[in-house]
Design a protein around this ligand. Structure first.
Ligand code: FVT
Ligand code: MG
Length: 332
């Protein structure tokens, strides 16, 4: 007996009602984390040329803009400070200034929207004169253990400012355990850690470095002595395992679309909350193609985001968060 025409895969695709009924994965506003760039000053708003549609905002404008994000149901923002050159140093002391830009932004957002999740970046690259994520020795090598000490101070200052989630993105060894212990000791047991566990040494971060102004500091240097080699996959599982053992609540794979295989493996292996970062270069590619009339921006944006869900991600950090949430609200 022949299968065809008993089995016609197109039968369920023939109508909108059945396509909706059998759809396996869906994007909702609950899946989105919005990364934002914060500027010093008041009434400051700057476009990021390599990220069309993305603006750096001073804290007052950030708080104003966040009203819409909250209303759209976006659960959390991730803050990235644009640190003035004069505040950068070799040892990144500004990173743990209790009145630093990120710390003030946390306080302002939490005061205005107590229910909005606020996540902070734990890494030194916005604060170092050389643009590396840690403290370097004479040869330029990023030193692990002294860097971890500074990261702990940075994470504590963010938690004390009211951050709900601290997110170490530096890829030093042992930092999750050190930060977890410090949070426990300092009376912040409920501050969550989202670990950038499998962060690759990627060239897709270029526009982000423009946005936070670290590209010039970094120059031609790269981050291959601490971020992962794009050729590796088992190593990502090893990294995730260590971060979970050290006390991470959520783990992340970064970049996103070129690394969906890693997201899938991580989710299958560990079954813990797993996030992916659709990074600046991925955002820029979509925008550039759309500006040329080569791609339909809204359509590829939504398709790219559901792909993360399909791969197993519980949520996505994406510069498209607000546009996607607006689109979802329209379809409701
Ligand atoms: N620690 C945060 C990043 O490095 C973001 C990278 C990007 O969006 O390209
Ligand atoms: Mg690690």
């Amino acid at each position: 007996m022949r299968d065809f025409p008993r089995t016609r895969m197109r039968r369920l695709r023939a109508h909108d009602f059945s396509r909706r009924l059998v759809r396996e994965h869906r994007l909702t506003a609950d899946d989105l984390i919005y990364p934002v760039f914060v500027l010093e000053g008041e009434q400051q708003r700057e476009a990021v040329p390599s990220m069309p549609g993305v603006e750096r905002l001073s804290i007052d404008l950030l708080v104003e803009a966040a009203r819409e994000w909250v209303d759209l149901g976006i659960p959390m923002v991730a803050l990235f400070p644009v640190v003035p050159t004069g505040k950068k140093s070799l040892e990144a002391e500004e990173a743990y200034n209790p009145d630093g830009l990120a710390q003030r932004a946390v306080r302002a957002l939490k005061a205005a929207y107590p229910a909005l999740g606020v996540m902070t970046d734990v890494a030194l690259d916005p604060f170092t004169t050389h643009g590396q994520d840690g403290i370097i020795d004479d040869s330029g090598y990023v030193m692990n253990d002294v860097t971890v000490e500074t990261l702990v101070r940075q994470a504590l200052s963010q938690a004390e400012a009211g951050a709900d989630v601290v997110a170490p993105s530096d890829m030093m060894d042992g930092r999750i355990g050190a930060i977890r212990e410090a949070l426990e000791d300092e009376g912040c047991p409920n501050v969550q850690i989202m670990a950038y566990s499998a962060k690759y040494a990627s060239s897709y971060y270029g526009p982000f470095r423009d946005a936070v102004g670290s590209a010039g500091n970094l120059g031609k240097a790269n981050k291959s002595t601490y971020q992962m080699d794009p050729g590796n996959t088992d190593e990502a599982l090893h990294e995730i395992m260590l971060d979970l053992q050290e006390g991470a609540d959520m783990v992340m794979v970064k970049p996103g679309m070129p690394y969906l295989d890693i997201v899938r493996r991580v989710k299958e292996e560990f079954r813990v909350p797993t996030f992916a970062y659709q990074v600046s270069g991925e955002y820029a590619m979509h925008q550039a193609a759309a500006q040329n009339g080569w791609l339909d921006l809204n359509a590829v944006m939504m398709e790219s985001l559901v792909a993360f869900k399909r791969a197993g991600a519980d949520g996505i950090l994406t510069y498209f968060a607000v546009d996607a949430a607006r689109q979802l609200a329209k379809n409701d």
